[in-house]
Design a protein around this ligand. Structure first.
Ligand code: CAA
Length: 387
């Protein structure tokens, strides 16, 4: 039985800051951001959006009533959680109108979380093929204003529906994974911005890639020439390019050119959104599937997932004939183009307005065109609604 990705949905708020303008404001050469980091625009998250609303907005684009009946497990991967006890998945299930006879949990391991969710979901579907699992990767990437990490912020959510006989990508059973306790990036309780040893994290990313790729090739016998595309976790798109260069260093020229071309399709949307942490790899998959003109059924796609702290996995899947249908007719190029550009001053103001649970405040959410919004916090309780 084939098990894998049946549908993919994505949401990011309708605001962005232009990286050339941000570079000017920070006295940097714009090419450092555009080429050196590989980012063109960066999503700006208004206080009326958080991981729960972004996940609900992403899932809404893909779920039919039939899907909702079949889902009996929701796995919400995030490292921007809103509560230490209650899972974001419980709020999400209510907002989406899912059955009450489900399991709904939150899962954490930095940017690797959604991959863990997808792997666990596959095992669930193998046991119960009549059911589907909704996996979410939703985050707000925050390093702080005027920090080296600032141009690698962003945010949004990806909703991945896992099921039997998937429309999009049938996942291979064998994969390679690796965990080591290191401090390259972390988000200690009580801090609203990430702590990061930036250069070290980039080096560790490549070291983990080397490790899981070697282990993967030993386990499966597959080589780089067997792949039609390879996707990477994209904290910033230059990071993925470094990963790709490492993988294709010894590849034959035909494979190297093919993988480099597909990588450009795969990083197109990430260049315009920034880091989604848990969702980044899956936004890259969505970008590839919407933008590539070469890929067809039977193509083998490799996925490298990395989460600081640190954990990595390399796995793969085979593209299915109806893969375009899994995007449910969404035109993400247009969605991203229709966003409103905010000035650097407005971005800074919105950055400082993010709402935490310790304050009681009602928000004016009417300017936010998304279906699901955060209307405020009352008595330490977040107020979500659909409008
Ligand atoms: N034209 C073209 N390129 C330029 C340039 C110019 N005018 N000026 C600089 N560059 C290049 C540099 O040569 C450099 O390229 P290389 O990486 O290929 O050497 C690149 O632009 C970045 O320049 P710096 O190294 O000087 O940048 P920096 O020190 O200010 O910060 C960073 C870069 C460390 C990535 C920082 O943005 C950061 O800390 N980001 C957050 C951490 C991160 O994303 N880590 C990734 C791995 S961890 C992970 O993947 C999990 C996760 O999601 C966080």
């Amino acid at each position: 039985m084939k098990i894998g990705i049946d549908k993919l949905g994505f949401f990011t708020p309708d605001l962005y800051v232009d990286m050339t303008e941000l570079a000017h404001a920070r006295n940097e050469d714009p090419n450092k951001y555009l080429i050196g980091i590989g980012q063109e625009k960066m999503a700006v998250i208004p206080p009326t959006q958080d991981v729960v609303t972004m996940a609900a907005n992403a899932a809404k684009t893909i779920l039919t009533d039939k899907d909702k009946e079949q889902i009996d497990l929701v796995i919400f991967a995030t490292e921007s959680g809103i509560d230490n006890s209650k899972a974001s998945a419980v709020y999400l299930a209510r907002l989406l109108g899912l059955n009450a006879d489900i399991r709904a949990i939150e899962l954490k391991q930095a940017c690797y979380g959604a991959t863990a969710g997808i792997q666990l979901a596959q095992e669930h579907v193998a046991l119960f093929p009549e059911h589907k699992v909704l996996v979410i990767g939703a985050d707000i990437a925050r390093y702080g204003l005027r920090t080296p990490g600032e141009p690698t912020q962003g945010g949004g959510a990806v909703a991945v529906l896992i099921g039997a006989d998937p429309k999009m990508l049938a996942l291979d059973r064998k994969s390679a994974y690796y965990t080591r306790d290191i401090m390259d990036f972390w988000r200690p309780l009580g801090k609203t911005e990430a702590m990061v040893d930036g250069k070290y994290s980039s080096n560790i990313y490549l070291e983990f890639l080397e490790h899981v790729w070697t282990s993967y090739t030993q386990k499966t016998g597959l080589k780089i020439k067997d792949f039609d595309a390879v996707l990477f976790h994209l904290p910033y798109t230059k990071m993925g390019l470094k990963g790709l260069r490492q993988l294709i260093a010894d590849a034959d020229p035909v494979s190297a050119v093919r993988l480099a071309q597909e990588f450009e399709h795969a990083r197109k949307f990430n260049r315009l959104v920034g880091n989604l942490y848990t969702g980044s790899l899956y936004l890259s998959l969505l970008s590839l599937l919407q933008n590539s003109e070469q890929l067809s059924a039977g193509a083998r796609i490799g996925l490298f997932s990395y989460g600081s702290g640190a954990e990595a996995e390399f796995y793969a899947g085979v593209l299915q004939a109806s893969f375009k249908e899994g995007l449910m007719g969404m035109d993400y190029e247009q969605v991203l183009q229709q966003r409103r550009k905010v000035s650097v001053a407005e971005y800074e103001e919105l950055f400082n307005k993010q709402l935490y649970n310790t304050e009681t405040k009602l928000l004016d959410y009417h300017a936010d065109a998304a279906s699901f919004v955060l209307a405020g916090v009352k008595g330490y309780q977040r107020q979500y609604l659909e409008h």
